[in-house]
Design a protein around this ligand. Structure first.
Ligand code: NAD
Length: 475
């Protein structure tokens, strides 16, 4: 059992209140984690507040160097951090190593942008000069989910630091190790004490203490809609910027003229990370003319996927917890009760670990729970459609609006559909993962705020406008 402690002001602080993290592939304990109480969170915020006074004055080139050094340290420790990531998430070591690489890429990307945190000059009258400055916000709070902890933590921590803010991060209880490892790596890479603090602990204690601390000047929350809305209520009397990255129920639309092999590859991407992904294409809409043929393509891919106990051999990783596994089972049962049929999968393959077979459900109504609610498991639901108008209406008939995908070789159709889909990201002829260079906005109940790309630089800074009278007369 590894022991993990809090990271506050550059120091690792042991606590007697602890929790065990279990490996989702075996449900065996792998580590013991210190749990932060309210006063620990207060100390972390105070350390971040005092570090902010120094960090905000570090010039942008040097800030970029710090971020690059963090990226280099992550790469140096790649295997070790990936092992912890595999133990806490159940993902393969290869997948976890990719997560460490992606995390490093976020730090490198924002390291390259530190000198692009520009204001603008605004021409006014001859006697006046106006310019804007982008200034850091102060202490930023980052509440991180378990489903891809290192990557999702890095995507907000890197731009927050790049902009001159300091950070208190609260990882998920089920998977805190890789974020605690990130904190250690940043400290050992030379990031000044207090600039990045990590308080592991429960949502109700450590999370709420961070959200309600009035010294916190910004909050980034990635997680469920229920908790996101609760957090928004908790801060409703404070005017601070909020990034809420919430759930999804993404439509994946396949027209008869598409490259069906490529579209089928895209459709089964849902099963990576066992469907535990906010942008997973869980609702597969297939044009009537090719419905049966396309289902065959999808089924053959699903049935070729091996579910094995070893996270390095399985193609479908374990679900995060036994309760997640039973929730997925209940959703599948509810689909049958709603008149649906299971084409393939639909079972827990073995007793050990939280595995669930990759599952395809057909013939289920649009208003069934499995069609509307975020399942966060390896469950794909297929629907037939006849026309563009019909599929757009049905695709949009969800509270969420995070991601959507269209497969067609007709460019005009691709543009028409893209324009009418209510989603922050629409992909055409691919089902691509989010990357730092492109924004990842959310429509409807999938969130507010902006992550990724240069949009994050705007989020993690505030604008100051400076308007001055000038004397332009040469003397
Ligand atoms: P969750 O909402 O249960 O927990 C997320 C985080 O919030 C955890 O760190 C948790 O401890 C903390 N938390 C819980 N209660 C809290 C409270 N009262 N106050 C403060 N913090 C609290 O979500 P989860 O189960 O960890 O993650 C899965 C969800 O995350 C899914 O809905 C998924 O779609 C969403 N998600 C969204 C994105 C995105 O970019 N939009 C990315 C990944 C995951």
């Amino acid at each position: 059992m590894r022991e993990y402690e809090l990271l506050i002001d550059g120091e690792t602080l042991s606590r007697t209140e602890r929790e065990t993290v279990n490996d989702p592939s075996s449900n065996q304990p792998v580590s013991s984690i210190a749990l932060a109480n309210e006063s620990d969170v207060t100390s972390a915020v105070e350390a971040a507040e005092s570090a902010f006074e120094r960090w905000r004055t570090v010039d942008t080139v040097s800030r970029g160097h710090y971020l690059r050094d963090i990226a280099a340290e992550l790469r140096t420790r790649k295997t070790e951090i990936a092992q912890r990531h595999t133990e806490e998430t159940g993902r393969s070591l290869l997948d976890s190593k990719r997560s460490v690489e992606y995390a490093a890429e976020y730090f490198e990307y924002y390291a390259g942008l530190t000198h692009r945190i520009n204001g603008e000059t605004i021409p006014l009258s001859h006697e006046e000069f106006d310019y804007t400055r982008r200034e850091p916000l102060g202490v930023t709070g980052h509440i991180i989910p378990w489903n891809s902890p290192l990557l999702l933590g890095s995507r907000s921590i890197a731009p927050a630091l790049a902009c001159g803010n300091t950070v208190v991060a609260k990882p998920a209880q089920l998977a805190p190790m890789s974020i605690l490892e990130l904190g250690r790596a940043a400290r050992d890479a030379g990031l000044p004490d207090g600039v990045l603090n990590v308080v592991s602990g429960s949502g109700s204690t450590a999370g709420e203490a961070l959200v309600t601390n009035e010294k916190v000047q910004e909050l980034t929350f990635t997680g469920s809609k229920t908790v996101g809305l609760h957090i928004r209520n908790l801060v409703s009397d404070r005017l601070i910027p909020l990034n809420l990255e919430l759930g999804g129920k993404s439509p994946n639309i396949v027209f008869a003229d598409a490259d069906l092999e490529a579209a089928a590859d895209g459709a089964v991407k849902l099963f990576s990370n066992a469907g535990q992904s906010c942008y997973a294409g869980t609702r597969l809409f297939i044009e009537d003319d090719i419905y049966d043929e396309f289902i065959d393509h999808v089924v053959s891919r699903i049935e070729a996927m091996d579910v094995k106990k070893d996270p390095n051999e399985t193609e479908i990783s374990a679900l995060i917890s036994p309760s997640a596994q039973s929730e997925v089972s209940s959703y599948v049962e509810s689909a049958i009760e709603a008149g649906g049929s299971i084409t393939t999968g639909g079972r827990i393959p073995f007793g050990e670990g939280n595995f669930y077979e990759p599952t395809l459900i057909e013939n289920v109504p649009d208003d069934a729970a499995v069609s509307c609610e975020e399942i966060f498991g390896p469950v794909l639901t297929a629907f037939r459609f006849d026309s563009e108008q019909e599929v757009v209406e049905r695709a949009n008939d969800t509270e969420y609006g995070l991601y959507a995908s269209v497969w067609t070789t007709d460019l005009n159709r691709a543009n028409r559909i893209t324009e009418h889909l209510e989603a922050g990201t629409v992909t055409v002829n691919n089902y691509a993962s989010p990357i730092p260079q492109v924004p990842f906005p959310a429509y409807k109940q999938s969130g507010i705020g902006s992550e990724y790309a240069t949009a994050a630089l705007n989020h993690y800074t505030k604008i100051k406008n400076v308007r001055m009278t000038v004397d332009r007369t040469l003397r």
